[in-house]
Structures are given as structure tokens and as C-alpha cells.
Design a protein around this ligand. Sequence first.
Ligand SMILES: [Zn+2]
Length: 399
Amino acid sequence: MVIITESELNTENGFNVCQNCILTDGFFNLRINSEGLCDFCADPAHINPNWKKVQINDSLRKEKQDDWNKVITNLQEKFGDSEYCCVLGFSGGKDSTALVDTFVNEYHLKPFLVTIDTGYMTDVAMNNIKQTLKKMNLEDDHVFINSAIPIFTSLYKYLFFNHDSNEKGLTLEICHICTDILHTILVKESINRGLDYVMIAFSPDQIARYFYETSQKDTFEDGLPRPPEFKELLEENELEWFLTEDILIEELPRVLYPYHVIEYDEKEVISRIESKGLIDKGKGNPVVTNCHVVKVALMYDLYRYGGITYALQYAELVRQKTTKEERIKARKELLIVLLLFSRTIFRGTLNVEGFNRFFKRIGTTKEELLKAIEFQRQKDPNNLIILKNLELIKKMQLK
Ligand SMILES: [Zn+2]
């Protein structure tokens, strides 16, 4: 057990948090300089394995908007409101619910809706889905896939107990691999149905990896089972959920993210689907995330790396504020959000039921996982800095 003394809590430059955003000194190897700025605030081009700023220039955006208009016109000419025009990933969240509404009521197109349960679908999402399908008379145009649950369960178990990076957090890693499998299932569904498009309701800020479209080559690569050690653990019949090396890349469907180019206003989205009775009031606006697995991964990263991984995204929100006053206000608010969120993790009160379900399903306990985290953290050259940051967060001394 390492004890951090009060004087050791002080940093070299006297700042433990960036004075412009909310990132802490030493979190994922980030440093605060003598002016109190973190690497990202000191250099907008700074890249970290856990975060990079993606900027879309106007001409690229325009080009993709034009493409989207062409795609929709083309689908309208070919399909109209009778036949399926594409596969649409329908999670029951506000964004995918609104996208279903846009396709049916604005474009007069009929998408085939696919919902995939990773084993942690919430009752709220389930009710949203049922309600929307009934209200829009789309119950026959939807498939609910829950037979892939074992894949996700073994993936999570593998990742939580084999993550051994000192540089890259688990939250992002899990999100990427899990998303790739979800998207691959949609791709396979569209191949089986002879459809050329997969539509995914990523929000406008979900552009870290792909803007508007995943190329067929990336769709292929993302569709293969990974990491290789995980593939070894899969049964023959479980490989069915993935693509195979011999697939013809040019025959894969186009995977598109419409919200990256069409008008998107979160308030409008929520009020539209609520007023149409697709979801009940207050059920479409989750705080932080509604994914149980991500919450457990955030806990992992907090104990392993000494911070809340989402701080990297939140920090960018602070940086984007145009005036100094707005930045100070946002910085203060988000620091409090992070500290309170960390507190729920330390106290074990974050999403208790979801955590219990998660640990039971992957056949372990929180204590076992905490031991595995500690084992990894002690091997990290930054162990002391991480422990120091944990102390600062516990004492709410970020400033
Ligand atoms: Zn900063």
C-alpha cells in the first residue's frame, strides 16, 4: 500500500488541473506546463491515443451533404414507401428513433429496422422500441437480435481481464470493438437481405473514427474478429457474426452516418419524438451514457489511470466555448460533474443493479476486477502519479 503525503500532492508547476480545460496532470501521460496549460490546450494539434481533435472542413461537409441528397433521391426512385431501402440500426435511443421517423415521414422510405441486444438492454430502451414500432406500424419491419449475446459476454470478459496498456484506456477500446461487432451484424443483415446501405444514427459529434461514411475497406477490416487472441476463444459457430477474409470488399453495403450531414438539433429531436408519442417524456435524454458496460469500463479506467476517460471529450467542450466567461463557467460545471461521477464510483453507488448484472454475466466480481486492475497499475511506471490523482479526486482537490 502506497501512502501519498500532502506535499507529494503538489505538482511541479503548481497546477494539478489545466487552467483552461479540465484535464489533470499525468492523466494518460498528459502534462500541465508552467503556464497551467495541458498538452491539448497548449497545442491544438496534440494527439493522444485516447483522444484527437477531428475537424471537418466546409468543403468536405458539403461534398458529403451532396452525396447524401443523391443517395436519398436514388432510394426514393428505386424503392418508395413499399420496399425496404436499407438496414437501419435501431437502438431505442432518441437519435435512432428520430432517424426512423425521418426516413418514414420525411423521405417516405421504409428502412428495415434491426435492434441488437448485447445483453444489457435497458427496460427504457426496450419500451421505447416497442412503443415506436407500434405507433408507426412497423412491427413487421423489425428484427430483434439477441442471439449474439454470448459473443459480447465473452468479449467483455476477455477485454476486462486482458487489458494491459499503459497508454490507452479500456473505455475507448471496448467501445470500438463492441461498435465494430454491432455494425458488422447490421452489415451482414443487409447482405442477407440484398440491401446496399446501412444507416447508423451516430450523433454529429461521434466523428472520432469516421465522418459520414465507413469505407468498404474499413467495413471489411472492422468486420474481422479481433484482437487475434479473442478470435482464438471463439467457437466455430460464433465466427458467423463476423466477416471472413474471402468476402468481396466491393460487394459490401455502404455504411452511412446521416446525422453527420443532415440538420441535427438535439432539442428538436427530443421534442419531435416525444410529441409524436414515439417515446415517453424524459426517456430520451440519458446523462453521460446508458451503456452498463461503458460505466464499468469508466470505473476500470478511473482506478487504473486515475481519471474519468470522458474528461477528454468534456475538455474539448470547454475549449470550444468562444468567450472566456463561458469557458470558466463550463470548466467549473464539468469539473463538478466529473468529481461527483467519480464519487459515485468510489462509494460503489454508480448503477449498482447494472454493475451486479454485468459481473454476474461475465462470471466474476467487482473485487476480482479491482484486483486485476491493481495488478496492472502497479506495473505502470506512472503508478505514483495515478495514485496521486486518485487522492486528489477523492479529496475533491482539483483546481
Ligand atoms: Zn487543457
